[in-house]
Write a protein that binds this ligand. Structure first.
Ligand code: ATP
Length: 578
């Protein structure tokens, strides 16, 4: 361990990865990027992809013949478990029936919406129909175009499963292959660290950076002590829970170092070589030296970025300087001496001079903050659990009251389903799709996904909505609708139709799944349905009265207020008028 030793070799410019043709030249303040909501609505054009998510070019709209599978509907291709968890305990036949046309995903999960898109796939928030819990499921965007591609995709899932559970590593649940696509089921988080940081008020945030450093050092210590190197550590690959706990994810480039020489230079075989994000890449990776020190460097760059709110250069002079041990003083001068010196050590150009994760964790300044961080997380998680429990009690109480069927509360007599009934979901989607595409529901377009994620791929769909046709068959908000909040992406996907809007931890949220009542805000849709249709004043009044009544009926019980009684009264008065 040494503080920024500048050797002669460190001044020699390092070769820049070949694909960096549009390299940023030096350091700059972080630009605000649109979070997922923009990706969801415009990722087809991909004009400004979220950083860390190199969007694939949009699929061209279908102009020619429909695919063969649409003309000759066929059964889903077989479902293949890829994780030990699924092979050892497959779902019971009551949950998954292979003879049914619906996919494994469609039968086992209720899709609650798109969480985000990355370069390889789309991530959905789902509810498991077996245990009722909420999870994230990542589905590869493209079907495998060969065995090589398949192997590479499957590797990410297998790598993830090999890592023992740890409080700062994203929990792996299961992986499977279906219809030529890979599915990975993991624990549900709130959002990625990148999006979280970008949605905070601009400006440096050193206390938060110390917290991130402590969490990610713990995660790396776990990986390194088990003989793994991540090799793609960056804020986009770190997830954050509702309590603020960081979880390291995305193990596509995970590399196993031999146990005897964890610190020794390990060379990957040529076919193994896959470059991570160049902005966070340690200089020695360009020489083919793969070791735990590379993760320390990437963590250093990530913390520098998060603490100073700066745009990390992906090439050019700034990229070179960072790999020669020069920190951008115009940004780092505002940081404490302690953090500056830790960053200097982590960003040492020589991997052998860089401290190991254990050495960093032993630093007094880190140890002090790690304790604070632990206490903070403990308190935050306890509070979340208490809030979740209270929500559960309130929801349970409401359900109980509604089952009493009080005569003066007519709208309480029919409680809304917790989630859309699966059959109706499938039926609605199939109806919607078949009416749009005249397609009997091919496995090409698994309705469970197209319903949420691909409206931009289906121009007919959006035109239909725009032209004011019925949206009753689409009971979920459209991607890009204003209900989405930038930070709490998981929560905002449910947006306006979740009556329990407090963020829940994945562990606790199963307690109150009953809170996820679907109460679509129907009034604006109805109002726009026939904008130009002639209507007399009385029919208009009646229509408004009906809409209010529908709103009142759709309002979940906890929101039942005297206001609703007033509107019911008003409605009755309106109905009574000639
Ligand atoms: N477990 C999760 N819980 C909540 N949101 C998630 C989860 N996993 C991913 N996301 C969201 O989905 C987005 C895309 O996911 P992810 O980055 O894993 O896809 P990817 O194809 O591997 O992307 P890349 O390879 O570019 O990193 C993330 O930015 C994050 O917002």
């Amino acid at each position: 361990m040494s503080v920024a030793v500048e050797t002669t070799t460190s001044r020699v410019p390092r070769p820049i990865p070949a694909h960096l043709s549009h390299a940023e030249q030096s350091f700059s303040l972080k630009k605000r990027r649109f979070p997922f909501s923009s990706a969801s609505t415009s990722s087809a054009s991909c004009s400004s992809p979220p950083r860390g998510s190199y969007c694939l070019p949009p699929l061209p709209p279908s102009k020619g013949c429909p695919p063969l599978s649409r003309m000759f509907p066929q059964h889903q291709s077989p479902w293949t478990p890829l994780s030990d968890s699924l092979s050892k305990s497959p779902p019971p036949s009551s949950v998954y029936d292979p003879s049914k046309q619906t996919s494994y995903f469609g039968q086992c999960f209720t899709n609650l919406g798109l969480l985000g898109r990355g370069s390889f796939g789309e991530v959905y928030k789902v509810q498991n129909n077996k245990d009722g819990r909420l999870y994230a499921v990542k589905r590869s965007a493209q079907r495998f175009r060969g065995n090589g591609e398949r192997q590479r995709s499957v590797k990410e899932a297998r790598n993830h499963e090999r890592i023992c559970p740890h409080p700062h590593v994203l929990d792996f649940v299961a992986a499977w292959e279906e219809s030529g696509r890979l599915y990975i089921q993991t624990e549900l988080c709130s959002t990625s660290l990148l999006l979280h940081a970008e949605n905070k008020p601009p400006g440096p945030d050193e206390p938060a950076a110390w917290g991130y450093l402590c969490d990610l050092l713990s995660a790396l210590q776990h990986l390194h002590s088990h003989g793994f190197v991540h090799l793609d550590l960056k804020p986009a690959n770190v997830l954050i829970t509702d309590s603020g706990r960081l979880k390291l994810g995305d193990f596509g480039l995970l590399f196993e170092v031999n146990q005897t020489g964890v610190e020794s230079k390990n060379r990957k075989t040529k076919e193994d070589v896959q470059e991570g994000d160049p902005r966070y890449m340690a200089p020695e990776l360009l020489r083919g030296e793969y070791g735990p020190a590379a993760d320390v460097f990437s963590l250093g760059v990530s913390i520098l970025e998060l603490a100073c709110n700066l745009e990390v250069p992906n090439g050019g002079e700034g990229w070179q300087q960072l790999r020669q041990g020069h920190l951008p003083s115009e940004f780092t001068n505002g940081l404490s001496v302690e953090l500056q010196s830790v960053l200097r050590m982590m960003l040492d150009p020589e991997p052998n001079e860089r401290p190991t994760v254990s050495q960093l964790l032993a630093l007094p300044c880190v140890r002090k903050r790690r304790w604070k961080r632990r206490i903070y997380l403990m308190v935050a998680e306890t509070m979340l659990t208490v809030v979740s429990f209270c929500q559960f009690v309130v929801c349970f109480g409401c359900k109980l009251l509604s089952s009493v069927r009080l005569p003066f509360l007519p709208c309480w007599s029919k409680p809304e389903p917790c989630t859309p009934p699966k059959d109706s979901w499938d039926r609605d989607v199939t109806l919607s799709l078949s009416s749009l595409h005249n397609d009997p529901g091919s496995p090409e377009d698994d309705g469970v996904f197209l319903h949420h994620s691909d409206p931009e791929l289906s121009p007919t769909f959006s035109n239909r909505i725009k032209s004011g046709l019925s949206v009753e068959s689409t009971s979920t908000p459209l991607p890009g609708s204003p209900v989405r909040g930038p930070v709490h992406s998981t929560q905002s996907v449910l947006g306006s139709w979740s009556s329990c809007s407090l963020p829940l931890t994945p562990t606790s949220s199963h307690l109150n799944n009953s809170c996820h009542k679907l109460t679509p805000d129907v009034s604006p849709i109805h109002a726009e349905r026939h904008p130009g249709s002639p209507s007399t004043a009385s029919t208009e009044r009646r229509r408004r009265g009906r809409v209010r009544a529908e709103e009142a009926a759709a309002t979940p019980r906890p929101n039942f207020e005297p206001k609703n009684l007033l509107s019911l009264f008003e409605e009755t008065t309106l109905e009574g008028q000639p």
